[in-house]
Design a protein around this ligand. Structure first.
Ligand code: UD1
Ligand code: CA
Length: 458
């Protein structure tokens, strides 16, 4: 016997009022549909069909090749979508088919596994939850014996039924041999004129084959139909992710203000201050201190580094590096061990060698710095001539004076110096000093003469 899954992801998500198909909205940096896929994969289900419709191309684009895509041209309801999904995959005797919505990011693999266990003893099983506010969810009606009798959608529920607080998650597991017939028998005779997948439950119960119900944590049920619910799901996921990393040894002063995407990796001993955002493929080393108020996307920060009040995108920061406050590390910024990018420093497509310092008010673009370089305050690589970008190469132990303009292409040799305020347009040989500025003129007694002139009314 094998287990297969159908993820329903064709809906428009009207209540999102967005051009983006609903299942592409993200929670912790991962689209809703990918969370659904993750939960079934983690539960050991490899055979997956995703039913797409609204924005079919955009949804298909981000699905892995291992997934089968079925297109539901017209969104006639979850029962209709499940039928389209089932048609796209061969299901045999003894197979189990899990059907789940693509808009429930907090569903865990553990609950899917519990559902499969329950399904082993019944023709079908469903996940339910006990909630304080059941509004919007299908209510689980049970008979006098406590067995599940039907799922009543909100739009079709009587006032009495609306008070039921056990709701359906929309996650089901079926005996593959019966699902096809159940779906074929559905009728759209309800308030929304849709084919409701949950209607198969009443049919099974009526046939004397009551489905098994498994309760899961209410949190997992959180569906995303509006931006308010997207934010609520994001908050719950953030709590889950932060709990995970704190248990793994990462310190957070105020976890409510730390935002970590699903794909981020941290080593124990890292310390995250409030206002830290870690996004995309980011990795943080042991003992690194990040924040406050720092945004890091697709970047690596090595152990012992300190990054505060800064923005990093596609940057690499090695070990024991000091970044910020107020630094911007753009794509291709590569800072070696023990280096520094300090206050109001912007670095792009540049390598800063071991122990080299860029402490204040500088721009480095398309530059390569050796070891133990000191970049003076206000130094700028003039890398763009209006048509093309040019490189600046700075040798080991070189020293640029404050407010040096380095007009690229340019090379400063090892131990090369530039004088403060210089516009350097020619290479500086090793060990040499290049100064480019006019001689200073000194006028003695100037202040006294100036005052006299003023007193004489001139
Ligand atoms: C659905 C359930 C409800 C359950 C709730 C849990 C039905 C009729 N209702 O309600 O019992 O409590 O989920 O969150 O099933 N979809 C399609 N094609 C369609 C319609 C929907 O693929 O024709 C997809 C949507 O993209 C979505 C999922 O099915 O991912 C659920 O649809 P949605 O409209 O969100 O159903 P709910 O009203 O939330
Ligand atoms: Ca929903």
């Amino acid at each position: 016997m094998s287990v297969k899954a159908i993820i329903l992801a064709a809906g428009q998500g009207t209540r999102m009022k967005s051009d983006l198909p609903k299942v592409l909205h993200e929670v912790a940096g991962r689209p809703l549909v990918s969370w659904a896929l993750g939960a079934v994969h983690e539960a050991g289900i490899e055979d997956v069909v995703v039913v797409v419709g609204h924005g079919a191309e955009r949804v298909t684009e981000l699905l892995p090749d291992t997934v089968t895509v079925a297109v539901q041209e017209e969104q006639l309801g979850t029962g209709h979508a499940a039928r389209i999904g089932l048609e796209a995959m061969p299901v045999g005797e003894g197979d189990t088919v899990v059907v789940l919505p693509g808009d429930m990011p907090l569903l865990t693999a553990g609950s899917v596994a519990a559902l499969l266990d329950a399904r082993a003893g019944a023709a079908a099983a469903l996940l339910t939850a006990q909630v304080a506010d059941p509004a919007g969810y299908g209510r689980v009606r049970r008979d006098a014996s406590g067995a599940v009798a039907a799922i009543i959608e909100e739009a079709d529920a009587s006032d009495d039924e609306k008070t039921i607080t056990e709701v359906s998650s929309g996650v089901f597991a079926f005996d593959g041999a019966v699902l096809g017939d159940l779906l074929a028998a559905l009728e759209p005779d309800n308030a929304q004129d849709e084919y409701y997948l949950p209607d198969v439950i009443a049919r099974l119960a009526g046939d004397g084959r009551p489905p098994a119900a498994v309760r899961m944590a209410a949190e997992e049920l959180t569906g995303v139909n509006s931006h308010e619910q997207l934010a609520a799901a994001g908050r719950l996921m953030r709590e889950r992710i932060n709990r995970h990393w704190m248990a793994a040894g990462v310190a957070m002063i105020d976890p409510d203000r730390v935002y970590i995407d699903a794909g981020v990796v941290l080593e124990p001993g890292a310390m995250l201050y409030p206002g830290t955002h870690l996004e995309g493929a980011t990795a943080i080393g042991a003992g690194a201190r990040i924040g406050p108020d720092t945004f890091v996307r697709d970047s690596v920060i090595g152990s012992g580094s300190h990054v505060w009040y800064s923005v990093l995108r596609n940057a690499r920061v090695a070990e024991r590096v000091e970044v910020g406050p107020y630094a911007s590390l753009r794509p291709g910024a590569d800072l070696a061990d023990g280096s520094k990018a300090g206050t109001f420093v912007e670095i792009k497509q540049s390598t800063v060698g071991p122990r080299s310092k860029v402490p204040h008010l500088a721009y480095l673009g398309d530059a390569t710095l050796g070891e133990d370089v000191n970049i003076g305050a206000g130094t700028i690589t003039c890398n763009y001539d209006g048509f093309a970008k040019h490189r600046t190469i700075i040798g080991d132990r070189a020293f640029t004076g404050s407010d040096t303009m380095l007009v690229a292409p340019l090379e400063i040799g090892d131990d090369g110096w530039t004088g403060a305020g210089s516009v350097i347009t020619q290479d500086v040989p090793s060990g040499a000093l290049a100064v480019e500025r006019s001689q200073q003129k000194v006028v003695p007694g100037y202040a006294e003469r100036r005052r006299k002139k003023a007193q004489e009314g001139k």
